[in-house]
Design a protein. Structure first.
Length: 116
């Protein structure tokens, strides 16, 4: 199983970034995919989740209306479109794949820094 994130970087407040997570080694379309983030000195938190079938999404309250999670099951990729970024969005963002309690994998993370 491999999860490889990309798309992080430095952006000014109010700007946008799109993160990608390319998955391999498992049946992607049957797995719940999520984006988590961890800021310095804080616990890792779930940002957005998308189901395998039907594409049902959930977001943490602080990103609703600004972030959009999506997936392309033909490309085995999950995305996180982040708009209207704020300094408090600065964190390492991780891709996570889950199916039940026995299938749980993390990517290596990608840094997002929002600063002027």
């Amino acid at each position: 199983v491999q999860l490889v994130e990309s798309g992080g970087g430095l952006v000014q407040p109010g700007g946008s970034l799109r993160l990608s997570c390319a998955a391999s080694g498992f049946a992607f379309s049957s797995v719940v995919m999520s984006w988590y983030r961890q800021a310095p000195g804080k616990e890792r938190e779930s940002v957005a989740t998308i189901s395998g079938v039907g594409g049902i999404t959930n977001y943490v309250e602080s990103v609703k209306g600004r972030f959009t999670i999506s997936r392309d099951n033909t490309r085995n990729t999950v995305y996180l479109q982040m708009n209207s970024l704020k300094p408090e969005d600065t964190a390492v963002y991780y891709c996570h794949a889950e199916r039940g309690v026995r299938f749980s994998y993390w990517g290596q993370g990608t840094q997002v820094t929002v600063s002027s």
